[in-house]
Design a protein around this ligand. Structure first.
Ligand code: ADP
Ligand code: DP6
Ligand code: CO
Length: 361
């Protein structure tokens, strides 16, 4: 047979969970490097539930870098994708796979093109941190494909340049994004505060109030906030530094009342800052507010918090129950107050493990 010799394809697939901040990142001091104005703390979700799966491949037969998100081709021209690709290519190593007859020298990576296909198994751009799972997964899978020697903390500083919240998805458990002091961003990276086993009685329940794409992306929302809100400076300089210390302490001690109080008040302050932005940004809707009231009433009636809530840049509720029993009772309450397919707009209500309902007794 004549013609071109068969060309090889090298491929890696990775799966990365999303993370939800309990002390929020909102506001940048450097838009290009994505350097934040305060530290933040998050919890990484179970990778079996909300996650991104990304396959990256390279081949001499590809003539340009291309990417598909949820089956639709998207442009890789944006500065953030380009920053991640540049940083990873600069650290790429030799790759040799004798079985497949693949031999790539590190300098070859500058000219080899990539095809990337990524799927989110949860709503994209709806305030459930798809950019966090998505960009962390992109960086992680490319690092494997190109045989990078960097550890997760160094990879987190690359993922940060794709989307700030992504740096925290490189670790499981409780994670802090240290804002750092350097202008070049070298010390703005994620550190693990506690692994996934440290506080494993907590149960996270997500109520999808709306799967629709938000009107204001996190990126443009926080830019407007930094430009127009006076409250954000007070938050970043006075409020968050104290909360970070208190939250780290609550996590170490597994002190649920303090954890819940800090997470709820921080979420509320983040949304207050959005309201203080001009023009104001409304990420929560009436259903979100009703969920907050429902949890607050219950916590008050119990005398001590049973459930913490937090809302990212969207109307969807993330609730953290102190144990399985509480989570089961919470689910019952949600199903009663927001029956699916009713006239409330809580259209699809729970993502996760519904077998937990059996624990309600
Ligand atoms: P979210 O609240 O979901 O994080 P953002 O406004 O922060 O919303 O970011 C949404 C953007 O993140 C999408 O428009 C897309 O550009 C990017 N994104 C989401 N998922 C992925 C993915 N799996 N791979 C690459 N980029 C992604
Ligand atoms: C409300 O990380 O999505 O979820 O850095 O511009 O990509 P960019 O923004 P993004 O912002 C997340 C904001 C938040 C809070 C948080 O995750 O800490
Ligand atoms: Co995001």
């Amino acid at each position: 047979m004549g013609g071109e010799p068969a060309k090889w394809v090298s491929m890696v697939t990775a799966r990365t969970p999303t993370n939800i901040a309990v002390i929020k990142y909102w506001g940048k001091r450097d838009e290009t490097l994505i350097l934040p104005i305060n530290d933040s703390i998050s919890v990484t979700l179970d990778p079996n539930h909300l996650c991104t799966t990304t396959t990256v491949s390279c081949s001499p037969s590809f003539d340009q870098d291309r990417m598909w998100l949820n089956g639709k081709e998207i442009s890789l021209q944006g500065g953030r994708f380009q920053s991640c690709l540049r940083e990873i290519r600069a650290r790429a190593q030799d790759v040799e796979d004798e079985k497949k007859g693949i031999k790539i020298k590190k300098e070859d990576w500058q000219n080899l093109h990539l095809h990337i296909a990524s799927y989110n198994n949860f709503p994209t751009a709806a305030g459930l941190a798809s950019s966090a799972a998505g960009l962390a997964c992109l960086v992680f899978s490319l690092a494997k494909l190109m045989n990078l020697k960097e550890d997760n903390s160094q990879l987190s500083a690359i993922a940060r340049q794709g989307s700030g919240s992504a740096c925290r998805s490189l670790y499981g458990g409780f994670v802090k994004w240290v804002m750092g002091k350097e202008d070049n961003g070298s010390d703005s990276l994620a550190v693990q505060l506690a692994d996934e086993k440290h506080w494993d009685e907590l149960v996270i329940i997500i109520a999808v109030v709306s799967a629709r794409q938000k009107e204001t992306s996190s990126t443009s929302g926080m830019r407007d906030t930094v430009e127009t809100s006076a409250l954000i400076q007070h938050r970043a300089k006075e409020v968050v530094p104290k909360r970070i210390i208190q939250m780290e302490d609550a996590i170490q001690k597994r002190d649920f009342p303090s954890f819940a109080r800090l997470a709820c008040t921080d979420s509320n302050q983040f949304h207050a800052v959005c309201l203080d932005t001009y023009p104001p940004i409304f990420y929560m809707n009436d259903t979100s507010h009703r969920i907050i009231s429902c949890v607050e009433k219950w916590n008050r009636a119990e005398g001590t918090p049973q459930v913490a809530y937090t809302f990212d840049a969207g109307p969807n509720a993330v609730m953290i129950a102190r144990n399985r029993k509480t989570a089961a009772l919470l689910l019952q309450r949600l199903l009663y107050n927001f029956p699916p397919q009713s006239d409330t707009d809580l259209d699809s209500y729970i993502i996760g493990d519904k077998s937990i309902l059996e624990d309600a007794g």
